[in-house]
Design a protein around this ligand. Structure first.
Ligand code: SF4
Length: 353
């Protein structure tokens, strides 16, 4: 008997109002109705081609055949002998990454330059593979060159330097990426720029999916050193009292970055954050907002510009803000107004019946 099977590297994620299919190999995303997601989950590897053919007599045959054709045309499913199914095991969702810190971000200034340079010299950052260094306008080009030089002699695999566009770095190195930006870089650069990010970033990468199941990918394995040497989780998180100027040994630095105050948001996955937990894009979304906690619930202080209850973006026609789709109760749990959401969806998308 031949059965219909979903490709192992294609995953289905359900949201409040619709689901999405993430095809990691071909980097494609398909939005599908919840009903189709339910059918995929129920019948993956269990329904035969003959059964599909018999659907012709079923009262909902048109819609089922349409679903089947859609999945087949887009290479989301394949047909295989039932006895060979074991050759196509489910993809592992175990999370394993070797580095303690994925990326160290530094806002390089005249205040922290010497400390940072010495930290590289002493091998404090030896186990970090990626660096993102944003250079304040005041830092002299020759100092930046000297710093890149010392990083190039370390184990670093990737270095991104962000610099104001009128200043030119001549240094060339295969691990170096230079980003020129057309605004001044001051001490409050991240407050000015990062906080203005309107849209979350999306990426259809399997590693992000896996990380998002267990961790918040924006905060997890990230460390930031501010213009004055303060060590934080990211530019948006609070100063927890560590400063690079007091650290002389790699082992001390390791201990500090493993301190729980710098890992506070690591495990606050989107599944734990109100509203995001019902968003179909929660495993492909990187959002720099710091989650807040009241009672037992995590939430974002400002609403997302995507409303998963009606599947609309803020600049779409018919957009309705999330606040109009329910309310936060006393414990800061978001309680959806099902009746209103249903009505809104019928008005926006039409009646499914
Ligand atoms: S609601 Fe917004 S921030 Fe939350 S997962 Fe969806 S797109 Fe990302």
């Amino acid at each position: 008997m031949k059965v219909i099977k979903l490709f192992s590297d294609i995953l289905v994620v359900d949201g409040f109002q619709r689901s999405l299919i993430q095809d990691y190999n071909r980097k494609k995303t398909f939005f599908i109705p919840l009903e189709l997601s339910d059918l995929i989950k129920r019948y993956d590897g269990k329904i035969s081609i003959n059964q599909i053919n018999k659907l012709k007599k079923h009262k909902q045959k048109n819609i089922y055949i349409e679903y089947y054709e859609f999945l087949k045309e887009n290479d989301i499913i394949f047909i295989v002998e039932d006895s060979l199914q074991n050759l196509f095991p489910k993809i592992s969702k175990k999370y394993e990454l070797p580095f303690n810190i994925d990326c160290l971000t530094i806002l390089l200034s005249n205040i922290n330059y010497t400390i940072i340079y010495k930290a590289f010299e002493k091998g404090l950052f030896n186990t970090i593979a990626c660096f993102s260094i944003t250079c304040c306008d005041e830092v002299h080009l020759k100092d930046i060159h000297a710093l890149i030089d010392i990083i190039s002699r370390s184990e670093a695999r990737y270095v991104k330097i962000t610099i104001q566009k009128d200043r030119h770095l001549t240094y060339k190195n295969s691990l170096l990426l230079i980003e020129y930006i057309d605004i001044s870089i001051k001490y409050n650069f991240f407050q000015e720029i990062v906080y203005q990010i309107k849209y979350p970033k999306f990426s259809n990468i399997f590693a992000l999916y896996i990380e998002s199941l267990y961790y918040n990918p924006y905060f997890h394995k990230q460390i930031f050193i501010d213009y004055d040497g303060a060590i934080k989780n990211t530019p948006e998180t609070e100063d927890v009292g560590f400063n690079i100027k007091f650290i002389n040994k790699e082992s001390t630095f390791e201990k500090i970055v493993n301190n729980s105050s710098l890992k506070r948001y690591d495990k606050i996955t989107k599944d734990k954050i109100e509203i995001c937990k019902v968003c179909e894009m929660r495993y492909m979304c990187i959002n720099n907002k710091v989650p807040q906690k009241k009672g037992q619930y995590w939430y974002y202080q400002t609403s997302c510009i995507y409303n998963p209850f009606i599947c609309k973006w803020a600049d779409d026609e018919n957009f309705v803000p999330i606040e109009e789709c329910g309310y936060f109760d006393k414990s800061f749990r978001f309680v959806p107004d099902y009746e209103k959401i249903d009505l809104l969806n019928k008005t926006i998308w039409g009646d499914k019946e």
